[in-house]
Design a protein around this ligand. Structure first.
Ligand code: HEM
Length: 439
């Protein structure tokens, strides 16, 4: 047929590179991959400085993890006898296996960091607060976020066990021992997590199914809900800030839609205040303005992960050995602040004992988690503090929040770099005494 190659190519690719505003809107409707974007977005919400794009970075890392995880699943065998040798084969026999494993492991660590930083960003900008749009419910999206953070930690934790080496085995032993200190149900929780009284085949299979199916699917569904909520809330919270300014100038009324036909049937005029509070002049087409930035952030994130994977190999220690306890035995790094808290709150005063596992391992983190999730419902600042970095009105709560984060970082540092055999304190540069249980 007469079509030139270039024209033919463009009939396939025009949705990614629209030539007009009309084509741009059409591409959102016609392309499955683009249809979840709104046709237009506020210019403000595209800013790198406001969101730091950490949510998108988290999502990209998640998709990198799904892709590389799927490849690893073709080679990994979730059996106590074969798990460790199969990971060894991935690392040393399969073509590019070691690289894929490193990408997976690095992306997993980075995802924990990115999701945590994204949570911090949302807090410090007051992004969990409603603004001027109708039907906004940003607090719900924050709670969804807290669940996503919890699931991200669980994803990482369940993956930690799978190589079935000493690092995996003992980190999960320490982690699940902390859970068993919960009052009344602690032992039941541990039994439920492990599928028995000790870490064995049942635990491996349980963690495997959680890690490869239940948790990724849950994160994907919750992430979709999270994004849907961002749209229902009228975009990112920084957009409300613009609307607030416009309202203060009293220049422009907030948009409403009037549904005349609905009005006839119900006998009154039905006016729905739009949740979309932005003014037309602040809007730009999503394709290519939003999609272009998503692509850029995705490529930059992938490049970072790939570079790090070249530099850092995923570790693999000796095969798991329940009879040889490493000293010290440490939980995964993102739980080390908890392990440190457990140690610090285990206090013996004469016959009086504080059970650190209960206080530091369960009560304090549970309280912090609940406070975090419920915080939007305590924050009484005005809508003017929505979507602004370090709003004056929210100064006190931001400072308290940063103090708690700082404490967690210090505890993590101490747990990671300053704890040696028998959980004694050492300087990071100090040598540990030789320990008979280490080999
Ligand atoms: C798997 C984890 C998560 C993913 C993939 C994710 C993804 C996203 C994305 C892509 C956005 C759009 C803005 C941006 O890129 O920053 C966003 C917004 C948001 N996220 Fe998350 N998120 C996750 C976890 C969390 C957590 C842990 C919280 C808080 C506890 C949270 C709270 C929010 C809030 C409040 C917004 C709206 C921000 C605004 O309006 O300025 N998210 N999320």
């Amino acid at each position: 047929m007469g079509m030139k190659f270039k024209e033919r190519w463009e009939t396939l690719t025009w949705t990614w590179n629209p030539k007009s505003i009309r084509e741009s809107s059409d591409s959102v409707v016609r392309n499955l991959l683009l249809h979840w974007f709104p046709a237009k977005v506020s210019h403000k919400s595209l800013s790198y400085r406001y969101s730091l794009w950490l949510g998108t970075i988290s999502a990209v890392l998640f998709f990198i993890l799904c892709a590389t995880g799927l490849i690893l699943m073709f080679l990994y065998v979730p059996s106590v006898e074969r798990a460790y040798p199969s990971v060894k084969d991935i690392g040393f026999v399969a073509s590019y296996g070691g690289f894929i494993r490193s990408v997976h492991r690095i992306a997993a660590h980075l995802m924990v960091v990115a999701v945590f930083l994204h949570m911090m960003r949302a807090f410090l900008t007051g992004a969990y607060k409603n603004g001027l749009g109708a039907n906004q419910n940003r607090p719900v999206n924050w709670v969804l976020g807290v669940v996503l953070l919890f699931l991200t930690l669980l994803l990482s934790f369940t993956g930690y066990l799978l190589p079935w080496d000493q690092l995996a085995y003992w980190a999960i032993t320490v982690g699940t021992n902390i859970a068993s200190a919960a009052p009344l149900v602690g032992d039941k929780i541990r039994f439920f997590l492990l599928g028995g009284n000790q870490i064995d085949q049942n635990t491996l299979l349980r963690f495997y199914v959680l890690h490869c199916f239940v948790l990724p699917v849950s994160v994907f569904l919750l992430f979709s809900w999270h994004m849907w909520r961002v749209r229902k809330d009228g975009g990112l919270a920084s957009v409300d800030r613009e609307a607030q300014k416009a309202k203060e100038k009293k220049s422009i009324p907030i948009k409403t839609k009037t549904y005349a036909l609905l009005g006839i049937t119900s006998g009154r005029t039905v006016a729905v205040e739009s949740s979309y509070i932005d003014q037309d002049e602040n809007l730009v087409e999503s394709v290519p303005n939003l999609t272009g930035r998503v692509l850029f952030v995705a490529l930059a994130t992938a490049l970072l992960v790939i570079t790090l994977a070249f530099l850092i190999q995923a570790p693999l220690e000796e095969a798991a050995n329940p009879l040889v306890t490493p000293n010290p035995a440490k939980a995964p790094w993102y739980f080390l602040w908890l392990q440190e808290l457990v140690a610090d709150t285990t206090v013996h005063l004469g016959s009086f004992t504080i059970n650190g596992a209960l206080v530091g391992g369960i009560l304090i983190p549970a309280l912090l988690g609940l406070l975090l999730a419920a915080w939007p419902y305590f924050d009484r600042s005005s809508t003017a503090a929505t979507g602004v970095w370090f709003a004056k009105e929210r100064r006190r709560q931001n400072l308290v929040f940063l103090a708690v984060i700082f404490a967690i970082l210090v505890l993590t540092f101490v747990g990671t770099f300053m704890r040696g055999p028998s959980w004694h304190l050492y300087w990071p540069w100090q040598a540990w005494p030789p320990s008979p249980t280490r080999f």
